[in-house]
Write a protein that binds this ligand. Structure first.
Ligand SMILES: [Zn+2]
Length: 125
């Protein structure tokens, strides 16, 4: 189940997180999801690409425990867990996750306010 997103200020992905929505890019002509932000559809070559709201369900593809934060802004969060998760709609996204999640686990997208940012954070379903 997908729904078109109206253009908004800022990058559609980060604007989505701030609004409590996980978004991904898909082709308006054939519907194919796009693995990264692209200018033409990977399947049909159309340049009519739009952003859609993901349902939030995903499966963990890879897990990393981060002990030392790469930037000052993330130091308060460390240690933390990062995952690559495959959304039910197909795209793979990186996000924070609750500690201890394992590869193959079913998770659901949530949103963590951190300073001026809203971070994607997965929790077990
Ligand atoms: Zn297409």
């Amino acid at each position: 189940m997908t729904q078109a997103i109206e253009p908004a200020a800022g990058h559609p992905y980060t604007a989505g997180l701030a609004a409590g929505e996980l978004r991904y890019q898909a082709c308006d002509d054939c519907g194919a999801w796009q693995p990264l932000q692209r200018h033409a559809c990977r399947a049909c070559g159309s340049t009519r690409l739009g952003w859609r709201r993901a349902g939030g369900g995903a499966t963990v593809y890879a897990v990393t425990e981060v002990a030392r934060a790469p930037t000052e802004a993330f130091r308060a969060l460390a240690p933390y867990t990062l995952v690559l998760a495959t959304l039910d709609e197909g795209p793979r996204v990186m996000g924070h996750a609750e500690p201890g999640v394992e590869i193959g686990a079913r998770v659901r997208a949530g949103f963590l306010r951190h300073g001026e940012q809203t971070l994607l954070r997965f929790q077990r379903e």
